[in-house]
Write a protein that binds this ligand. Sequence first.
Ligand SMILES: Cc1cc2nc3c(=O)[nH]c(=O)nc-3n(C[C@H](O)[C@H](O)[C@H](O)COP(=O)(O)OP(=O)(O)OC[C@H]3O[C@@H](n4cnc5c(N)ncnc54)[C@H](O)[C@@H]3O)c2cc1C
Length: 399
Amino acid sequence: MPASTAAAPAADRALIRGFAPSACAIEESLDEVRAVIAATLAPKVLDVDLKAEYPEAFLRALGQAGGFRGAVSPAFGGNGLGLAHVVRVIEEVAKECVSSAFTVWCQTACARYLQLSDNEALKRAFLPRIAAGEVLVGTGLSNTVKSADSIEAFRLSARRVEGGYLINGVLPWVSNLGATHFFTTGCPVHGADGASEGLVFVLVDCSQPGFRLVDCAHFIGLDGTRTLACHFKDAFVPDAMVLAHPQESADYVRRIKPGMIHAQMGMGLGLIDACAQLMAQSNRSHAHVNQYLDDQVEDIEAALDDARAATYALADEIERHPATPRILDVLKLRLAGSELSLRAAHAAMLHQGAKGYLVRNAPQRRLRESYFIAIVTPATKHLRREIARLEGRAAAMRT
Ligand SMILES: Cc1cc2nc3c(=O)[nH]c(=O)nc-3n(C[C@H](O)[C@H](O)[C@H](O)COP(=O)(O)OP(=O)(O)OC[C@H]3O[C@@H](n4cnc5c(N)ncnc54)[C@H](O)[C@@H]3O)c2cc1C
């Protein structure tokens, strides 16, 4: 038995079996992931997109096939392949469906937040089950990140009480949720004088007292992501569910933020790849007119190759140094990923023409999906603002 497996609690050994790092090269593990996508997701893509069907069976099967294990260390049931594996799995799923790829990002992002916390008991209790897809999880950190970057006000607030925190407020949109799910969020802790003592990061049980999921938003794409509003009314979160207390949270944010943003590149890479294929498909019959369009297959493929190489290399670096000082490169690459997604989806639409405008055909879905990549936190405008700030250009811009 590998040493890493021996470190896991006895109850979780069955979940971890067979995923020793030495046995898992990324390519090898992707074969199984691709088989699950073909068998379980491909037949459901139209239902996910047009009927807002949440792909729960696919997520469970992907978990069984090891699709989430890159986000988790071998000691807790991971495969030791790290963020590069996470990105590659999300990319494979996004080739078929960005909505489902986003739920995979939610699952693996939340797993990483746990992995990078110092709460060992919480990691032991949850990570093996999250890695195996037995427990499905989300991440409600958009508001936390945007507020920390001074873009909007915090929507949640916490108060320290005996043995934990009481949380109040509403997060309007958190995906990959349900009655049996869990998710992470972070918010300021306010003292008796109302002043903020720093951020607390917690894992929330969707079935806990004082917490309610409310189904209120419907979207033009990504509607199969089970995106729900999260209402907290004096919801008690015990210390056992805390990922980082206020005195730990500045370091914690530095550790989780680069990987959180970078893993989203998987959605862009998969979508761009799919769009290049749609363009090539159209060229089989319409190359004689498609040649007059601005972006050709080779243009999109060349840009995709560059983005892929940069993404995989940076993923390995973030895995080695989660709080990498190269945050500017992470933001710039993520921005390039959004811009190339929009460009590729636009080109696929123009190549396919009216065929692509049909409700059951992929190009118009890809266009809607590409806008999500460009607006989910960190959105294009958020990225440009942060890049300007880090480059010292913010003062010259309008606030
Ligand atoms: C399909 C879908 C799934 C999403 N899933 C998640 C998720 O899993 N986790 C997560 O944390 N966020 C999620 N979000 C929120 C997302 O990441 C952005 O925060 C949100 O799109 C607002 O960004 P913006 O740039 O439009 O905000 P802004 O332009 O700054 O604000 C636009 C308006 O939206 C409101 N708003 C701003 N931020 C939010 C927010 N986070 N939620 C709700 N309303 C907001 C503002 O008050 C304002 O009225 C999801 C959004 C969509 C569309």
